[in-house]
Each structure stands twice: as C-alpha cells, then as structure tokens.
Write a protein that binds this ligand. Structure first.
Ligand code: ADP
Ligand code: ASP
Ligand code: MG
Length: 466
C-alpha cells in the first residue's frame, strides 16, 4: 500500500484532477490511498467568506461555488452535484449563522475550513469512479482520525494509531481506493478540528505510518524539496535525499513545502516519504529517509522565516545564579508563547518569537526581573546542512553576510545540529538567501571584503568525508 497526497495546486481544477487521475491510474497495483487538500485556494476563500460574514454580515460563496460546480461540469460528473450541493447549503447556513451571531471562534473557523477538503474528496472520488476505479470518498473521522480540541492547530490523538489501520486496511484489502480528506479531524466530542495550515501533509504521513505503508508520496507543484524557496531563488534545484530531521527543520524554519509536524509519524516508523511534482511526474523528486546517504555538498537547503521578534533580556542577577532562565521560560509558558531560537551569555539571554504574538503582558512580567528589549522586523535565515562541516558552513555564511554588509544579530546551532540559524533584518533576508545559495550551490567564489581571493580556494570538489 502507498499513500499519495495531492496538495491544493495539484487538484486546482478539472485539468489538474485529470492529471492526478492519470498518475493514480498508473500506480493502482501499489494499492494507493489518496489524501487530498482543498482545491486551489479554497481554504483562503473560506477564510475570506468567514471574515465577510463576521465583519459585514454578508454571506458570499460565489467563488467557492463556481469553482466546484464548474469542475464537476468540466469533468462530466453531473451526478456528483448531488453530493456537493447539500454541503454548499450547509456552508451557507454556517455563514448565515456567523453573520447573525457575529461569532467566529477558532472552533467555528475549523468547521468553516473543513468544507474545502470535504468538497475535493467527493469530486475526485466521483471522477475516479467514473473512470471505473472503485474509489470512495471519506471524511478523515470515518477512517479513525481523532484529535485533541486545540482548534486551528489540533494534534492527532494516540488512539488514531490503532483506529486508522483498523478502518483503512480492510478497505484497501477489499479493493477500495479510499480518497480521504487531509487537514481535518474530529475531537473526542465529535467537533471538527484542523491540524494547522498545510496539515494535509501530516494527515498523509499519519495514515502511511499507522498502516505501515511501503511509502508516502507528497505530490506538489515543484520537483521536490528544493535548495531554496523558488520564489526567492529562481534557479533553486531539487534535493535528491534529505533525512526526516532535515526536512522537519526546513519546514519549521519557513520552507512552506511541508507541514512542520508532517515528519513526526514517519520518523517513528521509518516509513519513507517521497516528494513529487504532479505537473512533472517524470522528475525523480526528493526522498526523505532515516539516515543520510553519501553527501557531496555541505549544505542541503537554505530557508528563511520573516516577521520575527528578537527579545533581549539582560539581568545582572543572572551572573553566577541559578533559576533565572527557568523564571524567564516559565513566563513564556504562562503566556502560551513559543520560543524558536535561544542564545545566552553570562548576563543576558536573547530569543526569537513569531511577531504575531501580543507581547505587552509578557514584557511587563519580564520587566520585573530584568531589562527587556523587543525588536521587531527580523528574519531567521536557516542553513540545513552537514553537521561535520559546521565550521566551514559558518565561516562561509558569515563571509557572505560580511560581503553583503549585513550584520548578523544572533546565531544558534540547533540541538539536532542539522541547522544553523541566524537573525538578520526582514528586509535583508532574501538577499542573504540568494547570496548564500550562490556560494553553496553555484560555487561562485565570494571575494574577501577587500577584494582579495576567495576563502573557498583549495576546497575544490566539496567531496564529503562521511
Ligand atoms: P501544496 O499545498 O500543493 O501541498 P504548498 O503550496 O503548500 O503545496 O507547497 C509547495 C510550495 O512551497 C511550492 O510551490 C514553493 O513555492 C514553496 N516552497 C518554499 N520553499 C520551498 C522549498 N525549499 N522547496 C520546495 N518548495 C518550496
Ligand atoms: N487546505 C489546507 C490549507 O490550505 C490544508 C492543506 O492544504 O494541506 O492550508
Ligand atoms: Mg500546502
């Protein structure tokens, strides 16, 4: 059995769905289970419709309705309308409710966003069935997905590890091709939850790991995990293999290509993950595995994450004292704010947070024990690479920043040691990523600041010693 996940861009319209069907048809002997995202930008459109209902008391589903009904028409699936129209009605009732009671809690938002995936699986399953494949649409909770009630970022509950194979395996063994909603689940009380934006990747890896599948394929609109975000670096290249750890670090530090928690289930079971391009199925894609294969370059990929706040906490009390850091971190815990990078000296600690957090209460609390400075508009640049070459990576990265005249404001080397991250200004991040990409992947010699020869001389070949 293989799990094949198709993202929003892979099922964006009738043409894309035909392409997906071709890919699936040619792999039927591997007994696929399909996991789908909502079509195209449907999730964003649902969010917009929710905001319109909440703020302006308008119920507007035009864009969403057109996309789905036109796709059904274009695929020649008149009968599938019978499944989609009741769901569209339910969506309109929900939006009417939101507009009347002016309530759009995280719980309601999850119910609202669930419609995207519920539409897409029904349409794609109907199309596969029309091609003569025994496909059937499922909402994930019908196949054992139970989550906690942490709406908008729910965690899949432990019991799902048993429930999912109990439901999925008999279907597959019975010759059915399940087409399952990604991204959504239900909590113990039966309320719909979502796993966080991009969460269909996690739904797919969870099914694959729990069912001991031979592989999970994540089909995107790019040739795999690339050496950098292709919207920043035009000539970013696909990476042949990465480890689960490396993929998780990349996702966590901003590479939108995978959901940050998507690697967790497969890391537990060692289930191989393959990232493929549905627009270019012939490309080999990126294989994500437990242990690194022979490497030829020091760096796997470079990524960046913007809108970061840098917090500097300085206290003379820290000198030779214990318990100060514990106090600082318990403040963050009390305010439910998650910290990404940390660097400490004898009297200060610097850390980074997402700027989306409201930090006023936290600042007030911390100010009682130390002097606190918040600096917004920062970006984290992350280099995921070979730990054995960390000195070389750091030297070359700092040389590049120096060459660009970009001061590095904080540095941290992750505990997993596959990542080196540093802070620069938001406005500098893309230039830094591009310059690092040139140095690490295009082998352009970076001249010394004074215009002297490159520090890369004598390292020709970049052969790994592993
Ligand atoms: P889907 O929703 O179809 O699963 P996403 O849009 O979430 O796919 O992720 C794919 C997109 O991620 C690509 O189109 C690309 O623009 C972006 N991306 C950012 N960083 C990377 C990277 N390092 N490698 C590949 N894609 C990346
Ligand atoms: N449709 C959801 C989103 O846009 C989940 C996903 O695509 O994985 O975030
Ligand atoms: Mg996505």
């Amino acid at each position: 059995m293989v799990v094949m996940k198709f993202g929003g861009t892979s099922v964006a319209d009738a043409v894309c769905i035909r392409r997906v069907a071709d890919i699936v048809k040619s792999r039927l002997e591997r007994r696929p289970v399909l996991v789908l995202s909502a079509m195209g930008d449907t999730t964003d459109h649902l969010l917009e419709a929710g905001a319109l209902a909440y703020h302006k008391a308008q119920v507007s589903t035009g864009v969403i309705e057109r996309l789905h009904l036109e796709t059904i028409q274009n695929l020649g699936l008149g009968a599938a309308e019978g499944e989609i129209v009741p769901l569209l009605d339910e969506l309109k009732s929900l939006l009417t409710g939101i507009s009347q009671i002016r309530e759009l809690s995280r719980r309601t938002r999850d119910y609202l966003l669930s419609f995207g995936e519920r539409f897409s699986v029904r349409i794609v399953a109907a199309y596969l069935a029309a091609l003569g494949i025994t496909a059937k649409a499922f909402d994930s909770w019908e196949l054992g997905f139970v989550s906690d009630s942490n709406y908008t970022v729910a965690e899949i509950s432990g019991e799902s590890w048993n429930l999912i194979p109990e439901k999925v395996l008999p279907l597959v063994e019975g010759g059915v091709l399940p087409v399952v909603t990604g991204f959504i689940a239900r909590d113990a009380a039966g309320t719909i939850t979502t796993l966080g934006r991009g969460g269909s990747d996690l739904s797919a890896t969870m099914i694959a790991a729990a069912c001991n599948a031979e592989e999970v394929q994540i089909w995107k609109d790019v040739d795999g995990i690339l050496t950098a975000d292709p919207r920043i670096v035009k000539n970013a290249k696909p990476v042949e293999t990465v480890t689960y750890e490396e993929a998780a670090e990349l996702a966590y530090f901003g590479a939108q290509v995978l959901h940050p928690r998507a690697m967790q289930p497969c890391m537990k079971t060692g289930t191989p993950v393959l990232v493929k391009n549905s627009y270019n199925a012939a490309a080999p894609g990126t294989r994500i595995v437990s242990s690194p294969e022979k490497r030829t370059l020091p760096v796997r990929a470079i990524t960046s994450r913007k809108s970061i706040t840098l917090v500097d906490i300085v206290s003379t009390r820290m000198l030779g004292q214990y318990g100060f850091l514990a106090e600082v971190f318990s403040s963050f815990a009390r305010h439910h704010i998650s910290v990404d990078m940390v660097a400490t000296s004898e009297v200060s600690v610097s850390l980074t947070l997402d700027t989306v957090n409201d930090l006023s209460a936290l600042k007030e609390e911390l100010s009682r024990i130390a002097s606190v400075e918040l600096r917004q508009g920062k970006a984290i640049v992350t280099i995921v690479g070979n730990v054995k070459r960390s000195s070389e990576i750091l030297a070359r990265a700092f040389r590049t920043c120096e060459f660009l005249g970009v001061p590095v404001q904080m540095v941290s080397q992750g505990a997993s040691k596959v990542n080196i991250s540093f802070i620069v200004e938001d406005t500098e991040a893309e230039d830094v990523v591009r310059a690092l990409h040139i140095d690490f992947f295009d082998r352009l010699e970076v001249p010394e600041p004074g215009g002297g020869p490159s520090g890369n001389e004598g390292k020709a070949g970049n052969e790994d010693k592993e």
